[in-house]
Design a protein around this ligand. Structure first.
Ligand SMILES: Cc1ncc(COP(=O)(O)O)c(C=O)c1O
Length: 383
């Protein structure tokens, strides 16, 4: 299937070739369950899994690779982080641009009277904003690092420093930023980081990770799921040690082999700011190209961006625009609310939402030029 893919914020495509090679290699040549038997294949599978933990730890500045926990996706990592770290009566603070994978668990906890919730209804949060909502029982501050709607990146350093001083647990939703923005869990004071494996890390769909800071007392952190781990089988209790405390059941080893290949590809081919520079160059090119279109509005705040642009054209609903782009020009983006109604309320684009393009590693200038031409034609056709 040809066409232009600008939906990398949903999941990245294409993946580096080595990702599929690595997935297939595990399925065809290894196949065994890691950590479940001492046979050669099982050991090889365990090696793949451990190598991926090492790459994750290196990427996000963790010392202990066993603190990299595999999850189904970022949603699973966020639910594990939120539900594992709060107790009844706690106060939780979050931002104004959160994805529903944060808002729904928090809303569910609040509506059942389990937590008190403060939402800082801003696009960029300052330490004064945060200070204003901190209370004696504030336990967790959970923040979306980069909006999946606008690509805007939150400046977390001062906010998380303040949380450290106030003994508030910091959870970073890095679903959109991981792989694009440089993150160091120690320097950035992140207690728990949640990410997808299938977006900026270039692993397959259905992968994710939760990383726990080396200094975080994970024994206070309750696992969301319990079950077989291949370890301590004599006991009816979940093992306390990592990663088993948070990983029950057979791991998605093909997916993990894929994340490892994705991470290795990034490590081998790009230095520090290459990826964000590439994505933003395409984004700027797109915005420049569209700047003369009558009725074109983009939602940008001028801060650091992950290469995502949300836009509207007067007189056409985002869903219709998306359909025309797909049917007539083979361009895939994502219309609507992108699972982030809170962000759209902030932007004033609720409930219709926006059309979103999210650029990836493999998008080219030519694709952006073709998209600008397509949008110009659509805009002209509705005048
Ligand atoms: C900011 C943000 N958080 C969380 C998620 C959930 O990611 P996943 O699909 O891996 O669960 C997304 C997905 O788009 C996202 O953009």
């Amino acid at each position: 299937m040809n066409g232009i893919y600008f939906d990398n914020a949903a999941t990245s495509f294409p993946k580096p070739e080595s990702v599929a090679v690595s997935v297939v290699n595990y399925i065809n040549n290894i196949g065994a369950n890691p950590g479940r038997s001492a046979n050669r294949r099982s050991i090889e599978a365990s090696d793949i899994v451990f190598e991926c933990r090492e790459l994750l730890a290196e990427k996000f500045g963790l010392k202990d690779p066993l603190r990299a926990i595999f999850t189904l996706n970022a949603t699973d990592a966020l639910n594990t982080a939120i539900l594992g770290s709060i107790s009844p009566g706690d106060h939780v603070i979050t931002g104004g641009m959160e994805h529903n994978s944060t808002m729904r668990p928090l809303n569910s906890l609040e509506s059942r009277g389990i937590i008190e919730l403060s939402v800082i209804e801003k696009r960029q949060i300052s330490t004064e904003d945060l200070m204003a909502v901190i209370k004696h029982n504030s336990k967790v501050f959970i923040l979306n690092h980069a909006s999946n709607v606008t690509g805007d990146v939150q400046k977390t350093t001062d906010l998380f420093n303040l949380c450290r001083k106030k003994k508030i647990i910091t959870i970073l939703d890095a679903a959109q930023s991981a792989g694009t923005i440089n993150i160091d869990m120690h320097k950035d004071n992140i207690d728990i980081l949640a990410t997808s494996g299938h977006k900026g890390l270039y692993g397959p769909a259905g992968t994710g990770a939760m990383l726990i800071n080396d200094s975080y007392d994970y024994e206070t952190f309750v696992p969301l799921k319990t079950g077989g781990t291949g370890s301590s089988s004599e006991s009816f209790s979940q093992p306390v040690f990592l990663p088993d405390r948070f990983e029950s059941g057979t791991l998605n080893v093909p997916g993990i082999a894929g994340i490892a290949a994705g991470l290795q590809y990034l490590k081998d081919n790009f230095s520090k700011d290459d990826i964000i520079t590439h994505k933003n160059r395409l984004r700027e090119m797109f915005l420049d190209g569209c700047s003369t279109i009558e009725g074109f509005t983009s939602y940008r705040s001028g801060t650091i961006n992950t290469g995502v642009v949300s836009f509207n054209i007067d007189g056409i609903e985002p869903s219709r625009l998306s359909m025309l782009l797909g049917d007539e020009y083979e361009i895939s983006g994502r219309p609507g609310l992108q699972c982030a109604p809170a962000a759209h309320i902030r932007l004033g684009t609720f409930p219709a939402g926006t059309m979103r393009f999210s650029f990836g590693l493999f998008n080219t200038n030519d694709e952006v030029e073709r998209a600008v031409t397509a949008i110009k034609k659509i805009a002209k056709s509705i005048r």
